[in-house]
Design a protein around this ligand. Structure first.
Ligand SMILES: [Zn+2]
Ligand SMILES: [Zn+2]
Length: 336
């Protein structure tokens, strides 16, 4: 089988021919049909997480395909099922976080495409208990990005406890943000899209945003305040300096969650915390329960990512497109 390997950071991925993996008890062999390209894959390829990633590695954690072999004791998945694999490859399954379906908080989880072979390959094996079924109504190409981009923002909105009628600001209208707009709208919120690019206004309105704020031309917090303030701000942007000005737009009891892993600190005055009782938090991917919900919710409400599909052979060019911000919304590799 053909595999794209990141042999060392800052070098193009290399195609290799590997044996199709054998599966053991409890495992599933997935024929990968599509694999989404996430910004994390660029971090892996560029060595930004070199302390954490062991090279060589096969990236790819937005895997959508078909179960072609099912090991003994796998009852949940049958051969021929449409299935996928997310960032969380496996976890300890017995800590309190795992028992509550909050596997991203498990101290002993494995990561698809980092500590285990990911989906930049024609086949991958995975533990059956972490293989997730894809609802019939979703096609494989559009399902792939739901396994990271989708579950990340869906989980964040669930953790933020979005209620119908609330004003939800989605900051950054890219792969994650454009799904967040659709989920928040389907949850009954009034949705405000904030982007520093006026080009995103048309897309934002197409996918259901009630308002659009161009943060390159106006003070976004002032504009949000004119709309009555934000009950929820979900920011998908990676730059702290772009997030900081939004804090002032939070209404009393407002909640802000970050899903972009910026390193620089956010500043908040304790005075604002006590007088407005605002909450600042963050969220990363999602556990199996929320992943199932993400997929079913997307199927029920007809929510799809906007994707550009490229052949697997172009993986290095696609990583370049992601790196330079040329991908319009989300890129997906077609494996065969
Ligand atoms: Zn990802
Ligand atoms: Zn655990």
């Amino acid at each position: 089988m053909k595999v794209a390997v990141c042999k060392e950071p800052k070098k193009p991925l290399v195609f290799e021919e590997w044996e199709v993996p054998d599966i053991g008890d409890g495992e599933v062999l997935i024929k990968v049909h599509y694999c989404g390209v996430c910004h994390s894959d660029v971090h892996i390829a560029d060595g930004d997480w070199a302390d954490w990633v062991t090279y060589p590695t096969v990236p790819g954690h937005e895997v959508a395909g078909v179960a072609v072999k099912v090991g003994k004791n796998v009852t949940w998945i049958k051969e021929g099922d449409k299935v996928g694999m997310p960032w969380i490859y496996s976890s300890c399954e017995v800590c309190d976080y795992c028992v509550e379906g909050d596997e991203p908080l498990c101290p002993n989880h494995e990561i698809t495409g980092i500590t285990k072979q990911g989906g930049y390959a024609e086949y991958m094996k995975a533990p059956g208990r972490f293989v997730t079924k894809i609802p019939d109504d979703l096609d494989l190409a559009h399902s792939a990005p739901l396994f990271c981009a989708g579950v990340t923002v869906y989980s964040a909105l669930k953790h933020l406890n979005v209620k119908p009628g609330e004003t939800v600001v989605v900051h950054g209208i890219g792969g994650l943000g454009h799904l967040a707009v659709q989920y928040a709208k389907a949850m009954g919120a009034r949705v405000v899209a904030v982007s520093h690019s006026s080009e995103k206004e048309e897309i934002s309105r197409q996918i259901g945003a009630d308002h659009f704020i161009d943060s390159s031309k106006t003070d976004p917090a002032e504009e949000i305040k004119k709309l009555g303030g934000a009950d929820v701000i979900l920011t998908t942007v990676f730059r702290t300096e772009a997030i900081q000005p939004l804090l002032d737009g939070l209404a009393p009891r407002g909640r802000l969650s970050v899903v972009g892993a910026a390193q620089e600190p956010l500043h908040v005055a304790p005075f604002d915390l006590i007088t407005k009782r605002i909450i600042l938090t963050g969220s990363a991917v999602g556990g199996r329960k929320l992943l199932r919900e993400t997929l079913q919710f997307s199927a029920d409400f007809g929510i799809k990512p906007m994707i550009e599909v490229h052949p697997f052979e172009k993986v290095n060019e696609v990583l370049d497109r992601v790196r330079s911000g040329k991908v319009k919304i989300r890129a997906v590799l077609k494996m065969t």
